[in-house]
Design a binder for this molecule. Structure first.
Ligand SMILES: NC(=O)c1ccc[n+]([C@@H]2O[C@H](COP(=O)([O-])OP(=O)(O)OC[C@H]3O[C@@H](n4cnc5c(N)ncnc54)[C@H](OP(=O)(O)O)[C@@H]3O)[C@@H](O)[C@H]2O)c1
Length: 281
C-alpha cells in the first residue's frame, strides 16, 4: 500500500493516477474527503498533517509514502508524518521538495523544504527527494487577467526558466516509488526548455487565437497584486525571491534528470497549454 499526501492537488493527483494505472494499492490523505474527485479505487483517509493524532490511521499498513506538504508549515507537517511513518514501520518516503533545497540556496521556500527533508533523513526511513523547479501549472494564475484584460503582469522580466509539467514530476516520483535503486537519492528536475514569461504568454496566445500583452511589473506591484488576490505577504515575498533569480539569469539551466529517470523526454510548455487551453479562454 502506498500513501499519497497532497492527493487532491496538482502533483498528487497525477501520482495517484499513475500508481493506479500500474495496479498499485493507493491510500490518499485529505483534510476533507467530502471534496471528492479522488478515484473510487483509492482508499481515502481523513487527516491533517498539522494534527499528528490523525496520521496513525493513514500510515497503518503502509509500505511507502509520497509526501507532499505545503507552505511555511512544511517543516512541522513533514516532522509529524516522519514520526508517524517511523512508528508504523514505513520503508520508503518519496518527498516532493523544491529545486535549490540541499543545494546551498538561501531562498525561503528551499529552507522550508530542507527542514522537511531533514525530518526524513533523521527518521532513519529510506528517502528519495524530488526537487522540481517552477511548475508549468503556475501559468493558471495568469488566466484571470488574460480573460479580463488580455494581459499578463509579471515580475519575472525577460529572464528565462524551464518550467516543468506536473505529470513529469509525478512520473519521476512514481519511478522512485515503484522501482529499486532510488533510496538516498535527490533528483533536481526542470522542464525541457528555458522560456521567458513573454514566450510562455506567446504560446498561450497562439493556443487561444487571441493577442495577449505581456507587461513586466516591479516586485512591489507584483506583491500588491498577489496580496490583493489573497496570498499572505510572507509567501508573496518568498515567490519574489525566485523572480529576482530569474531576472538575474540564474535560473535558466535545463536539467536532464526527467529523461534520465523516466527514459522519456520531458513534456513541453506547448503540450501543457494544449491540455489546459480551456483555462485561458
Ligand atoms: N508551484 C511550483 O512552481 C512549485 C515548484 C517546486 C516545488 N513546489 C512544491 O510543490 C508543493 C505543492 O504541490 P501542488 O501544487 O501539487 O499542491 P496543491 O495543488 O497546492 O495542493 C496542495 C495539497 O496539499 C494538501 N494539504 C494542504 N494542507 C494540508 C494539511 N494540513 N494536511 C494534509 N494535506 C494538506 C491539500 O489536500 P486537501 O486540501 O485535500 O487536504 C492538497 O492536496 C509545495 O510543497 C511546493 O513548495 C511547487
Amino acid at each position: 500500500m502506498i500513501l499519497v499526501t497532497g492527493a487532491t492537488g496538482t502533483v498528487g493527483r497525477e501520482v495517484v493516477g499513475q500508481l493506479l494505472g500500474m495496479g498499485q494499492g493507493v491510500r490518499a490523505l485529505t483534510r476533507d474527503p467530502s471534496k471528492g474527485g479522488i478515484d473510487s479505487k483509492v482508499e481515502v483517509i481523513p487527516g491533517d498533517l498539522m494534527k499528528p493524532d490523525t496520521l496513525g490511521k493513514a500510515v497503518d499498513g503502509v509500505e511507502k509514502i509520497f509526501s507532499l506538504a505545503t507552505g511555511a508549515q512544511i517543516p512541522a507537517q513533514e516532522k509529524n508524518l516522519a514520526q508517524a511513518a517511523k512508528k508504523a514501520g514505513v520503508r520508503h518516503v518519496v518527498k516532493l521538495s523544491v529545486l535549490g533545497a540541499g543545494m546551498g540556496s538561501k531562498g525561503t521556500i528551499p529552507s522550508w523544504h530542507e527542514a522537511g527533508e531533514r525530518a526524513y533523513q533523521e527518521s532513519g526511513i529510506a528517502w528519495t527527494f524530488i526537487r522540481p523547479g517552477s511548475f508549468m501549472s503556475n501559468a493558471r494564475s495568469w488566466a484571470a487577467t488574460i480573460k479580463s484584460q488580455g494581459a499578463v503582469f509579471s515580475a519575472f522580466g525577460d529572464g528565462r526558466f524551464p518550467p516543468i509539467h506536473p505529470r513529469d514530476i509525478a512520473s519521476v516520483a512514481v519511478k522512485a516509488l515503484t522501482s529499486p535503486g532510488h533510496e538516498g537519492k535527490a533528483y533536481p528536475l526542470t522542464g525541457p526548455e528555458a522560456l521567458s514569461v513573454g514566450q510562455q504568454v506567446q504560446i498561450i496566445s497562439e493556443a487561444i487565437g487571441k493577442p495577449i500583452r505581456y507587461v513586466p511589473v516591479t516586485d512591489e506591484a507584483a506583491k500588491d497584486g498577489m496580496v490583493k488576490s489573497g496570498m499572505p505577504a510572507f509567501y508573496a515575498d518568498a515567490l519574489l525571491q525566485l523572480a529576482g533569480a530569474v531576472r538575474a539569469g540564474g535560473a535558466a539551466q535545463v536539467l536532464p534528470t526527467v529523461e534520465q529517470v523516466t527514459g522519456r523526454k520531458g513534456l513541453t510548455f506547448t503540450e501543457w497549454v494544449r491540455e489546459n487551453v480551456a483555462v485561458f479562454r
